[in-house]
Ligand binder design. Structure first.
Ligand SMILES: [Zn+2]
Length: 312
C-alpha cells in the first residue's frame, strides 16, 4: 500500500472546514449562473491574506438563499465521505449571514437538514467575524446558544486578527461557554503567539491555526500541558502567505514539542485542497511517518467536541 492509499484508507475527522470556503467552481456556477467556472478559478487565486479575504467576500455574496447553502453542504458531505471522513464539525459564518441581512434560522434549518442526511455525523460551529466587533459576536453566540440541542456544538471567531484585540470579545465567549458551547476561535494565524494567549484567555478549547505558537516556548509548553490542540491547515497557510513554504511550515516543530495537532482543510475549494491532500503534504513536505499520520487522524476524533476525550 503506498502512502496515498494509506491516507485514503485512514478513517478521518474534519474539525475545521468553512462551508462558505468549500464551494467548488462547478457548484458556484450552479448557484450563480452569471459566473463562469474560469472566473471562480481566477478569484480563488491569491498570495496573501487580504487577497483571500477579498475572494471570500466575493463568494459569500453569491450564496444567496437557504437552498444555496444547502447545496453547498450536500456537496461538501459527498466529497468528505469519498475521502473516508467519518465525522465533521463544519464552521458556518453566521457573522457573515447577519452582515448580508439574511435569515440565519432559515439557512441553518436548511444546512442542518442536509447534515442529518449526511453519511456520517456532522455538527456545526457558528463563527463570528472579528472585524464586525463584540456586539455582533455576542449576537452570533446567542444564535448558537439557541441551537445547542439542535446540532450546534461550538462558537468560533475568524476574520482579521490584526483588527480588534481579543479581550473585547470576553462577554460573547463567556455567554457561549455558559450556554454549553465549546470554544474554537481562530488565532495566531497571521499575527503572533500573543494572539493565541488572547484566545486562551477567552477560554479557547481548540485554536484555529495557532501556528505562531511556535515562536513562544512557554506557549507550546502550556498547550501541551493543557492538552489544547491546534487545527492546522497547510495549504491555507501557504496560500494566505502565513508561511512562505511548506518545508518551512512549523507543523513539525509544533508536533515535536508535544502539542496536539489536528489536520484540516479550512476552505478546501478556495485553497484547492482536500483532507487527504493535507495528510499527503504532511508526509511529503514535513516527513510525517505513517504512524504519525495515523496519530493525526486519531486526534481528529479525540479532539472532536462530541468525542470521548471532551464529552459533550
Ligand atoms: Zn478557518
Amino acid at each position: 500500500m503506498n502512502i496515498t492509499e494509506f491516507i485514503a484508507a485512514l478513517p478521518k475527522a474534519e474539525l475545521h472546514v468553512h462551508l462558505e470556503g468549500s464551494l467548488e467552481p462547478s457548484t458556484v456556477t450552479e448557484i450563480a449562473p452569471e459566473v463562469s467556472a474560469d472566473e471562480v478559478r481566477a478569484r480563488y487565486d491569491y498570495r496573501n491574506f487580504s487577497g483571500f479575504l477579498e475572494a471570500y467576500k466575493w463568494i459569500v455574496l453569491l450564496i444567496r438563499t437557504p437552498a444555496d447553502y444547502a447545496l453547498a453542504a450536500r456537496r461538501l458531505f459527498t466529497r468528505l465521505a469519498a475521502e473516508n471522513v467519518r465525522y465533521a464539525e463544519v464552521n458556518l459564518s453566521v457573522g457573515v449571514i447577519l452582515w448580508k441581512e439574511q435569515d440565519v434560522g432559515a439557512i441553518y434549518d436548511a444546512v442542518r437538514k442536509e447534515s442529518l442526511n449526511a453519511p456520517f455525523p456532522v455538527r456545526w460551529i457558528f463563527d463570528a467575524v472579528r472585524q464586525f466587533g463584540p456586539t455582533e459576536a455576542l449576537r452570533v453566540a446567542e444564535l448558537a446558544a439557541e441551537r445547542v440541542a439542535g446540532g450546534v456544538v461550538g462558537f468560533g471567531m475568524g476574520g482579521d486578527e490584526a483588527r480588534i484585540a481579543s479581550p473585547e470579545f470576553a462577554e460573547a465567549f463567556r455567554f457561549a461557554r455558559a450556554a454549553g458551547l465549546h470554544l474554537a476561535p481562530h488565532a495566531g494565524e497571521t499575527t503572533s503567539a500573543e494572539s493565541v494567549w488572547g484566545a486562551l484567555r477567552l477560554g479557547a478549547e481548540r485554536i484555529g491555526h495557532g501556528i505562531r505558537a511556535v515562536e513562544d516556548p512557554d506557549l507550546l509548553a502550556h498547550l501541551r500541558r493543557e492538552d489544547i490542540p491546534l487545527e492546522i491547515s497547510l495549504s491555507s497557510n501557504l496560500m494566505t502567505g502565513a508561511v512562505l513554504s511548506l518545508r518551512d511550515h512549523p507543523l513539525r516543530r509544533i508536533a515535536d514539542a508535544g502539542v496536539p495537532v489536528v489536520l484540516n482543510t479550512d476552505d478546501p475549494a478556495m485553497f484547492r485542497t482536500t483532507l487527504c491532500r493535507e495528510y499527503e503534504l504532511a508526509s511529503v513536505e514535513q516527513g510525517f511517518s505513517a504512524g504519525e499520520l495515523r496519530q493525526l487522524a486519531e486526534n481528529g476524533f479525540r479532539y472532536a467536541f462530541t468525542g470521548s476525550a471532551r464529552g459533550s
